[in-house]
Design a protein around this ligand. Sequence first.
Ligand code: 5RP
Length: 224
Amino acid sequence: MNEKKEVGEKAVDYVKEGMIVGLGTGSTVFYTISKLGKLVQQGFSIKGIPTSKQTEKLAIDVGIPLVSLNEIDHIDLAIDGADEVNRDLDLIKGGGGALLREKIIAKAAKTFIVVTDSHKNVDTLGTFPLPIEVVPFGYEMTIKYIRELGGNPKLREKDGNPFLTDNGNYIIDSSFQEIKHPNELEKNLNLIPGVVDNGLFIGLADAVITIIDKKLVTNVRRLI
Ligand code: 5RP
């Protein structure tokens, strides 16, 4: 069973003709975008807003027409993956480094659906190191403040250089072991000068499509 394919394609059931759809980033939503592309080829009309350059390229390759956030006044539905999901449908995101655009689009969407394989379900968030997007200026100082909040921060690297986000920023991956108060931590991290945003998505997901005991399950907070 390819869990990512199963949940990724299931999310397409919620996409209706004419919708403006936020397109997430990663290997799970890859299946959502690929299936949407096939429907578009058959005449289904939607517009997509990509959460990363990687997704922009994929959407163009499969033929989904794109709009930018500044051209529209709403997003009907956003679909994205996650790195961890707890029972309250709170998330850690940003494993692919796209957390900032992902959060902007999730927040702007009337409905936000998350698609995850079974390995992402946790009782308490925090085993997956929390991605934090920071401006390059003074990032060592920013790391110091993240450590003071109880994290074990490390600069993300790619090919021996700092990994650069689509926004030209760095990512600090910070393990917090167990995040008992994710709401508080999300806010406290964002109060640090130099932090642009972090991968805690609290109260944003309306539904999570996942696999539990080998069965497809949709956990719903609210769904319109
Ligand atoms: C990218 C993300 C992804 O949604 C998250 O990392 C999950 O990815 P995948 O579907 O490949 O497991 O937040 O920034």
